[in-house]
Design a protein. Structure first.
Lengths: 255, 290, 394
């Protein structure tokens, strides 16, 4: 469904993405894992067309159509929605207005209404809060609103950037449960996460990103066996090695 | 005396309020203070004058053409000057508006000359209505009515239309707005167009209240700015309230305290507000995350 | 060493002194040309008064077409100072140091002219006819400065007398602009009333930038004045008439000759100007005075794009005596011969007031214009002349 081939993205003179290729199959949940600053968010922003004149090199195809170089409006229209890191709700719009903005590019009133119902069934709390300013919601509620808002565009592919950021473990669980449900209802999901444990639990496939490069890619069950993934993402430490230098080397590889 | 001071304060306050609204619409979206606001309104009013006085176009048509001109002028300015700025800072953009102000001033001086003129207007500026003893001049009455209607339309627009909500969304979070598929550049152009239209109504009313000449907007624009500061530069109802309040305060001060210091009231209010409540009376303060 | 330097300086000074008369060049005067300059606001809020400087240009063109004065053509430099004193000063310097003019003619504005006055006087540049009627031009008395414009103070004094004695208005109020111009008007009005031991019923001032005069109008109305004298700019005159009309206050208005452009005033007041009692320092626009007929023809020929308004031909009024001085000075033109010639003007009249100068003993010897006449604006905008020239300055 989404094919990213060898993209390179520049931030000014700094190359943030150095030749990344990845693929998302329809109906899947695909995760991109990686440390802070590895370039995960940049990949999503590049796909979304939010970075002007980027990608510098490489191609992005969505549903057999080139989308690199197009602007965000067209990409939303083609069926990709993006939930940015840190929620980014409109703080001084009501919850309802935020949701309305999610459907900004759509003209079919009836469809929008259906999707509104769907969002409300996923996140009943939003109905209670519908006239409140989004800025007054709690972190978890804002994340729900951000996801709901993205769903209002009726996306074929939903890209989520760090949905667990700053949430309590209980809420994280709830959010991921809902993500799974959304996926089961037919929406393909591309997920960027630092919380690898949670992400791998629901993913069909995952990429590991380091300094703007893919260093590993596989189905979760195999990635979970990977020593590095275990150590640096899942917090499962292998026994203290006597050869300290070896650990240091590994660390370097991941940082 | 008191009643008259209030009524005429409200009428002039309505003009301040419209100018404040025009400034606030732009300020909210881009934090740019548009110093060309007054001159943009002034040149549009001169267009209206030419249509009415030279070509004898009926007022409704002349008004429509003037509106169209105001829109084109604003969009032209936004696209040709502001958007081209490389790595713009807010201060840089403000200075661009200052430059544009001077260009417009020079152009009007060259095209229409410096003489004062009177704008043909459907409402007389000397006839009066008598509402059971309360005398109000027709132009004051209609200035207040037109301003109220315009404010109400703006309120409905920002509250209920998709475009209006999208404009507010863009103001609050540009990145998220783009993610929603909102063409933010187009929103900026539209913001300027809307602001220019509101300013033009103010310009025509001010010219109809007094005389039309190139410097006619200098004082009102300053007062409009003061109204914005008073009511809150980020709040549309605040700007409207600020304008009405300033008009009344000014008139009461002139009537009962000192006429010679009347024009200082606006400055005093700016300073006072910046000391006491910089966000203004009605602005709800949402602290931006860094 | 010091001595040697002193000697050098002395030598230089000596050479300078003996060479100066030898070259005999008078600044701004050549065999074929006389250079003169004028500043005036062509842009900015005071731009309507910029027409004065363009009116002078018309007279210059006429004179040059008739062959100039004693074989010399007039070269006229017009500079825009936007009514900003800092610019005026720079223009004065340009006139003297770069262009090298013989004289400055006209020049609108008190604050603007004041920044240039001392500089011009120090450089012995003749200056004829600053276009404002304030005392600053004649006190202290200046050898090179010849004022023409009738004094605002005396004009207001006399106008008040006209209202009080001739027309019988006892309750008089004043509306004025809060600057030098307006204040000298107030001074004259109050001086007159003090003499008759009465007071103004109300005195209302407006700042130059004010655009809302509703409160001012209310104050005037509440004073119960029968007549109101206004000393303002055209914009404020129009605003106050509209505001007072709104609240039904219709006194007899009277005003200074600075607002005597009745065609303009009728337009911007939508006819409210009718009935105004106005003083005038020059012939009326449609006057049959032979010079006016001649000037109107020249206007059609040289500058048909200009409106034949009072400000425009004021540019002629304030330049006529200067050129008369040039004629009387003869071919041997220096500032001194020109001054002597000017001092021979006795009741000399062009289209402005009769002009009289004398050797500078009292300030009035440099105040050329001492007369105005009164007129009343008819509903069609023309003027009904009420009096002949009246001497207002003794």
């Amino acid at each position: 469904m989404l094919k990213v081939k060898n993209i390179e993205t520049l931030y000014g003179l700094i190359m943030a993405i150095r030749g990344v290729s990845l693929e998302v199959q329809e109906k899947q949940i695909v995760s991109i894992l990686g440390a802070n600053g590895a370039g995960k968010t940049t990949i999503l922003k590049t796909i979304m067309g939010l970075l002007e004149d980027q990608p510098d090199k490489g191609t992005i195809e969505f549903m057999e159509k080139r989308i690199d170089g197009k602007d965000a409006e067209e990409i939303v229209h083609l069926g990709i929605s993006y939930v940015p890191e840190g929620r980014e709700v409109f703080p001084e719009l009501s919850v309802d207005e935020n949701l309305k903005m999610g459907a900004y590019t759509r003209r079919d009133k009836r469809g929008v209404k259906e999707d509104y119902e769907r969002v409300i069934t996923h996140f009943p709390i939003l109905l209670q809060r519908k006239d409140q300013w989004a800025g007054t919601l709690s972190g978890g509620e804002q994340q729900m609103l951000a996801i709901g808002r993205a769903l209002m565009a009726r996306p074929k592919l939903l890209m989520l950037d760090e949905p667990s950021l700053g949430l309590s473990p209980l809420l994280v669980k709830e959010i991921f449960g809902i993500i799974k449900t959304i996926n089961q209802e037919g929406t393909t999901i591309l997920l960027v996460e630092q919380n690898a444990k949670m992400a791998l639990k629901i993913s069909d496939y995952a990429f590991v990103l380091e300094s703007g490069r893919i260093v590993s890619a596989n189905v979760p069950s195999i990635l979970l066996q990977d020593e590095d993934v275990k150590e640096f993402y899942l917090g499962i430490r292998s026994e203290e090695s006597a050869k300290g230098y070896q650990r240091w080397k590994r660390k370097k590889r991941w940082r | 005396m008191f009643g008259q001071l209030i009524v005429s304060g409200l009428a002039v306050g309505a003009c301040y309020a419209l100018l404040a609204l025009a400034m606030v619409i732009i300020y909210k979206t881009s934090e740019v203070l548009n110093f060309a606001q007054g001159e943009m309104a002034m040149i549009s009013t001169f267009i209206a004058f030419t249509l009415l006085d030279t070509y004898h176009v009926p007022f409704p048509y002349a008004f429509a053409i003037t509106f169209l001109f105001a829109i084109l002028l604003a969009v032209f300015f936004e696209m040709v000057f502001l958007r081209q700025a490389k790595d713009p800072t807010v201060l840089g953009l403000i200075i661009i508006t200052l430059g544009f102000e001077m260009m417009l001033m020079g152009f009007v001086g060259w095209k229409w000359g410096p003489d004062q003129r009177s704008l043909p207007f459907p409402v007389s500026n000397i006839e009066t209505y008598n509402f059971s003893g309360m005398i109000i001049s027709k132009i004051n009455f209609w200035t207040i009515i037109v301003s109220l209607i315009l404010m109400f339309i703006l309120f409905l627009f920002f509250r209920y239309t998709k475009m209006g909500i999208a404009m507010r969304a863009t103001q609050q979070n540009q990145l998220a707005a783009r993610v929603m598929g909102i063409r933010t550049k187009r929103i900026f152009s539209f913001t300027w167009a809307l602001s220019s239209m509101v300013g033009t109504v103010a310009g025509m009313l001010i010219a109809a209240l007094g005389v039309l000449d190139p410097p006619m907007m200098m004082d009102p624009l300053l007062k409009g700015f003061a109204s914005g500061v008073l009511g809150g530069m980020t709040s549309l109802p605040g700007a409207a309230l600020g304008g009405a309040l300033l008009g009344i305060i000014e008139n009461l001060f002139g009537g009962y305290v000192s006429l010679s210091f009347k024009s200082v009231v606006a400055f005093a209010i700016i300073v006072l507000m910046l000391c006491i409540k910089p966000s203004g009376l009605l602005a709800k303060h949402y602290v931006k995350k860094v | 060493m010091v001595k040697k330097n002193l000697f050098g300086v002395g030598l230089l000074a000596f050479i300078f002194f003996i060479s100066a008369p030898a070259s005999a060049a008078v600044r701004g005067v050549t065999d074929t040309e006389i250079l003169i300059g004028q500043w005036g606001p062509q842009t900015g809020p005071a731009a309507p008064w910029g027409a004065v400087a363009r009116g002078t240009d018309l007279l210059v063109k006429m004179i040059n077409d008739e062959g100039g004065i004693h074989g010399r053509k007039i070269k006229y430099y017009l500079r825009d100072d936007s009514y900003m004193p800092a610019k005026t000063k720079a223009i004065a310097k340009e006139f003297v140091e770069q262009i090298g003019v013989f004289a400055v003619v006209g020049g609108v504005g008190v604050a603007t002219g004041m920044t240039a006055r001392d500089y011009l006087m120090e450089n012995k540049v003749p200056w004829c006819g600053p276009v404002t009627g304030v005392y600053e031009w004649i006190t202290p008395i200046q050898k090179y400065l010849f004022a023409i414009y009738p004094l605002y103070d005396d004009e207001a004094f006399n106008l008040t007398g006209y209202l009080y004695e001739k027309l019988g208005y006892k309750k008089i109020a004043m509306f004025y602009q809060n600057d030098d111009y307006g204040k000298q008007g107030v001074m004259g009005v109050e001086r007159y009333l003090l003499k008759h031991k009465i007071k103004l019923v109300e005195k209302v001032s407006a700042e130059v930038t004010d655009r809302d005069l509703s409160t001012h109008a209310l104050k005037l109305k509440n004073s119960g004045a029968e007549a109101v004298i206004m000393w303002t700019m055209p914009t404020h005159a129009a605003l106050i008439l509209a505001e007072t009309a709104k609240i039904g206050f219709k006194p007899q208005w009277a005003t200074s000759n600075t607002l005597s452009d009745s065609a303009l005033m009728m337009g911007i007041t939508k006819g409210l100007w009718a009935g105004m009692i106005n003083s005038f320092f020059g012939e009326l626009p449609d006057s049959n005075h032979p010079l006016m007929v001649k000037y109107r023809e020249a206007h059609k020929k040289y500058a048909p794009q200009e409106r034949w308004g009072v400000f425009y031909y004021a540019g002629i009024i304030f330049a006529e005596p200067f050129f008369e001085g040039l004629r009387r000075a003869g071919r041997n033109l220096t500032p001194e011969t020109w001054i002597s010639a000017m001092e021979t003007l006795k009741n000399w009249q062009g289209i402005g007031p009769p002009i009289t100068y004398g050797p500078p003993k009292t300030p009035m010897d440099r105040q050329g214009g001492k007369h105005v006449f009164y007129g009343k604006v008819r509903p069609d905008g023309t003027i009904e002349r009420l009096t002949d020239w009246i001497q207002i300055t003794k």
